[in-house]
Design a protein around this ligand. Structure first.
Ligand SMILES: Nc1ncnc2c1ncn2[C@@H]1O[C@H](COP(=O)(O)OP(=O)(O)OP(=O)(O)O)[C@@H](O)[C@H]1O
Length: 352
């Protein structure tokens, strides 16, 4: 890769948690939401981030735009470590890194007109622009995202969810950022609208050349839009690879389980496919398992997995697993049998 746009090393975010009933002097517990995440993003590249709810996707995104404090390094293309910058200097980079949020309506100020909402980052970062210049750019941006420029004086509640997300995208792109972080940008939208918004992002990326970090639950959406995918589990990277390779040759048992749950559009294939179960519950991030954090739900876990943290190894396709590779029939059968036995035991306990 030529000069990366962003080189993130050992990113960590720890929340201090107070439980109900804790006395004021009780030491808060640490919840490591992001734990030693490394990735590199090239200019114009799209990195998809996937993983179950609570695995740290949003926290990682928020750390990159300074919304939550993080440690580690996030080196921008000019060599500056964004995490080491004082807030005043970090603000200068905020026009280069914009964010699109999940809930389009909630993320827009209801008391501002669409024109004011879209113009805000522009006037913040370019106070030298005249009102007329700002208006011209806002109308141009509205047109590019498929909004009618004559809707500039309307308010967010007058728009549908999909249109609100277009407003959010226009607001993010008006300052021509080098990176847009999209945190579940379509999950709150109707399925019919989701594809339109995704295709809009792809079109705008072709026009402006910005890189995207695209966070989503839906793996088919991630597959469609991403050049690379990073799989997170309990705040750690389990696997990262170019998209086609990750989907065709997943090496980590967790990635294999996630992919096995993706619906196949052909009903016959869908009925015949085997879903690899994720055994048991997601452990608490406040007390993650020793060694490999995925081991308590892994069909292949062995003694070593409890003893040593697997390093993320590989060049372009990287996996954090002591025993990577496709799960065998016997391993999947074992996981299915254990899952069925657990369900039976839970049923019996409820009936008793
Ligand atoms: N402000 C906060 N204070 C304390 N804990 C937090 C805070 N924000 C997130 N967490 C915890 O950090 C962990 C990661 O949460 P995060 O929202 O980043 O996950 P996620 O993968 O984005 O989940 P989802 O897909 O549901 O949005 C979770 O255990 C969550 O409860």
């Amino acid at each position: 890769m030529n000069q990366p746009l962003l080189d993130a090393r050992d990113l960590r975010v720890t929340f201090r948690i107070r439980r109900e009933g804790d006395l004021p002097w009780t030491k808060p517990l640490g919840l490591q939401a992001v734990s030693g995440v490394d990735f590199t993003l090239a200019p114009g590249e799209t990195l998809g981030i996937v993983g179950e709810s609570g695995c740290g996707k949003s926290t990682l995104a928020r750390a990159l735009v300074g919304l939550v404090p993080a440690t580690g390094r996030a080196v921008w293309t000019d060599g500056k470590d964004l995490l080491a910058l004082p807030p005043s200097e970090f603000q200068r980079y905020r026009s280069d890194i914009q964010m699109v949020f999940q809930d389009p309506l909630a993320s827009l100020n209801p008391r501002m007109t669409v024109g004011q909402i879209i113009a805000e980052p522009l006037t913040t970062h370019h106070p030298e622009l005249t009102r007329e210049e700002v208006k011209v750019r806002v109308k141009d941006m509205m047109d590019r995202v498929g909004l009618l420029p004559n809707q500039i004086n309307r308010y967010p509640h007058e728009f549908s969810g999909g249109q609100c997300q277009r407003i959010g995208i226009a607001r993010a792109l008006i300052v021509r950022p080098k990176l847009v972080i999209c945190d579940e940008p379509v999950s709150a939208l109707d399925v019919s609208i989701q594809a339109q918004v995704i295709n809009l992002l792809i079109e705008l990326q072709a026009q402006f050349g910005m890189a995207l970090i695209f966070i989503a639950h839906d793996l088919s959406v991630v597959k469609h839009i991403s050049d690379r995918v990073m799989v997170l589990y309990l705040g750690r990277v389990m696997e990262t690879a170019p998209t086609t390779e990750l989907f065709s040759e997943p090496q980590h048992p967790y990635t294999q389980a996630l992919l096995s749950a993706v619906p196949i559009p052909d009903p016959l294939l869908e009925r015949a496919k085997r879903v690899i179960p994720l055994e048991g519950e997601l452990p608490s991030p406040m007390a993650p398992p020793s060694g490999c954090v995925f081991r308590t739900r892994c069909p292949r876990a062995r003694a070593l997995c409890a003893e040593a943290v697997p390093p993320l190894t590989g060049a372009d396709h990287r996996t954090a697993c002591h025993f990577p590779g496709p799960l065998t029939e016997a391993e999947i059968e074992g996981a299915l049998a254990r899952t069925a036995a657990r369900a039976e035991a839970a049923r019996a306990a409820t009936a008793a």
